[in-house]
Design a binder for this molecule. Structure first.
Ligand code: C2E
Ligand code: CA
Ligand code: CA
Length: 551
């Protein structure tokens, strides 16, 4: 016991002993300076404030007061004037010592206030402002700490996918409560482990000693609990949560890398149950995506695309067909990149408007070329939902059409159902503007967006393109009923119908019997380069003429 007390006594950090020694030394220096400069009646006594302030900084109130007392008492010995030998009255040295103590105490008090304030700032920087729980900074600190212990562990990150919707439609407070509820459920699940609250909708837990499999069971248990709606203020709220897992040191050994990889795991969604373990192959795909992105910038700058044209055969007017322009890109990288892939990336990184403008120029130039050869053919260009946010695209189309001097009726655009619905607010206005500009509009991929026919019919549309998923399954009675109903409805509201993805004669027969207007698909032709498309159109016209002559 005694031995322990002795150890404690000498447990004072070495640097503190050093500081105390220097303080003592500086009191001595001040003492001798005052002696050498003639005595306490001169201003050098004020030098004693230096060790007092330093002591207040280093040791707080007790340090400041004891240094002040020691300094005060030490100066007491020195006469007012060393040469003459006049002694100080008690009043003089007592008042001086009191001043020392007072200043020391005030400075120590101020230092303490500043320190508390700083400490609060540090605490705040480690807390999420909304939830008051430990935040990303704290998570990083704790990750670094556990990594130093060399213990294996897993990190599980969750995200509430519909939190924005809850905030927007039910209310911010309910959104916050939902988040806290989810975090509460996870905390109950993981016992002593801290749950960190990151940004608005994400939260994380570190699970020491947990293998990927262990962490997955914990995560799945939590997700199973959140499948039940949570009740907040009488609202029954369905949380949609997904998660990602990463293991240290198996998959990453450093906090930054762990956080990056668990984020990737969250987004990769390889599994059905909305909880995925980090996978390197997913990252490879991401790498490819990144490569595509970089190449795409150059491709846009160089206009390294080409258009192919797929005939849309007119069933009501034999010999005539329109074309759909489909973009192609053939970068020399040893793998194929289809339009769906690179158009998706271009939309994400904001290059789509440039690509669409390239499409507008190319299609209009093609129409002009066909027109100059006595082949007035309608061509439709696919435009992306993102293009609807760029008002000037319509003016651009008008300017290109005017400049080329082509017939306005020959240029049309295709817009997907999803694109229109996702941009409901702007879509209405832009579609009307397109209509006013005289540009024909087709509604692409109809039937894939879960929208009622009615809601779409408010928009000014000229053609409905029934998606290939319905066409490929026309043998199913329910699809046949549906397709016929769509065609009838479209006709009754003054629209025409194009069936996409028609691959065999049986499909053509069924669609013809339903009074479908146009047919597009491999049955007639695959998308073709311009010269071949021209040959197709000429042959179609020729065949129809011959048939009329024969009949
Ligand atoms: P989409 O607009 O629905 O185009 C129809 C897709 O179906 C084309 O694929 C076409 O080649 C394919 N197709 C045509 N007939 C048949 C058939 O009988 N059977 C089957 N299975 N498929 C058929 P593609 O060319 O790969 O284009 C894919 C998508 O990429 C397009 O779907 C469109 O959404 C987008 N896209 C293509 N070109 C452009 C473009 O210039 N701009 C924009 N924004 N998107 C484009
Ligand atoms: Ca299309
Ligand atoms: Ca389509």
């Amino acid at each position: 016991m005694q031995e322990q007390a002795a150890v404690k006594l000498f447990d004072v950090p070495r640097k503190h002993v050093l500081y105390a020694f220097f303080l003592f030394l500086s009191i001595l220096i001040v003492y001798y300076t005052v002696v050498m400069t003639g005595g306490t009646e001169f201003a050098f006594t004020h030098l004693m404030y230096v060790p007092i302030v330093v002591a207040a900084f280093l040791f707080g109130m007790p340090g400041a007061v004891s240094t002040a007392l020691l300094g005060g008492f030490s100066l007491r010995m020195i006469p007012l004037n060393v040469i003459v030998g006049t002694r100080q009255t008690p009043n003089t040295w007592i008042m001086r010592t009191v001043m020392f103590v007072l200043v020391g105490a005030v400075v120590a008090f101020l230092f303490r206030r500043i320190r508390r304030f700083q400490q609060k700032e540090v605490e705040r920087s480690l807390q999420n402002v909304i939830t008051g729980l430990p935040n990303a900074n704290k998570l990083k600190q704790d990750l670094d700490a556990i990594i130093r212990t060399r213990r294996p562990f897993s990190v599980v990150l969750f995200q509430i996918l519909n939190l924005d919707e809850i905030n927007d439609y039910i209310g911010y407070e309910i959104g916050k409560q939902s988040l806290l509820k989810a975090i509460g459920l996870l905390s109950a699940q993981v016992g002593d482990e801290t749950v960190y609250s990151l940004f608005s909708d994400k939260f994380v837990v570190i699970l020491p000693w947990h293998s990927l499999g262990d962490a997955r069971s914990v995560g799945l248990n939590f997700l199973a609990q959140t499948r039940e709606p949570v009740v907040i203020d009488g609202f029954s709220i369905d949380l949609s949560i997904r998660g990602g897992i990463v293991h240290c040191p198996l998959q990453a050994k450093e906090s930054g890398e762990l956080l990056q990889k668990v984020g990737i795991a969250l987004h990769q969604q390889l599994t059905e149950d909305a909880l995925s373990i980090y996978s390197a192959s997913f990252e490879q795909k991401k790498g490819e995506r990144y490569e595509t992105m970089l190449l795409l910038f150059d491709a846009v700058a160089d206009g390294a695309f080409r258009m192919v044209y797929q005939p849309v055969v007119d069933l009501k007017h034999p010999g005539s067909a329109a074309l759909e322009a489909l973009i192609r890109w053939d970068p020399d990288i040893g793998r194929k990149i289809g339009p769906e892939e690179f158009i998706g990336i271009a939309e994400e990184i904001g290059l789509i408007n440039e690509i669409t403008r390239w499409g507008v120029r190319t299609v209009i130039a093609q129409i002009k070329r066909f027109q100059s050869r006595g082949l007035p053919v309608k061509i439709a260009l696919n435009i992306s939902a993102r293009d609807l946010r760029d008002h000037s695209i319509i003016e651009y189309m008008q300017a290109c059409i005017a400049e080329a001097g082509i017939d306005l009726a020959l240029f049309g655009v295709e817009l997907t159902e999803r694109g229109i619905i996702q941009n409901q607010k702007t879509a209405g206005f832009l579609l009307s503007t397109l209509r006013e500009a005289g540009i024909q509009i087709s509604l692409d991929d109809f039937g894939t967006g879960y929208n009622s026919l009615m809601s779409l019919m408010h928009f000014p549309l000229d053609y409905l393109k029934i998606d290939k998923s319905y066409v490929s399954d026309l043998s199913a009675r329910v699809n046949r009923i549906l397709v016929q109903a769509i065609i009838d409805f479209a006709h009754n509201t003054g629209r025409q119908v194009i069936a996409e993805g028609v691959e065999d004669e049986a499909q053509v027969d069924v669609l013809r019997s339903f009074d479908c207007d146009f047919i597009q698909g491999y049955y007639f032709s695959r998308p073709l380069p311009p010269e071949e498309a021209e040959r197709f159109l000429l042959k179609l016209r020729e065949d129809a003429r011959n048939e009329t002559v024969v009949s």
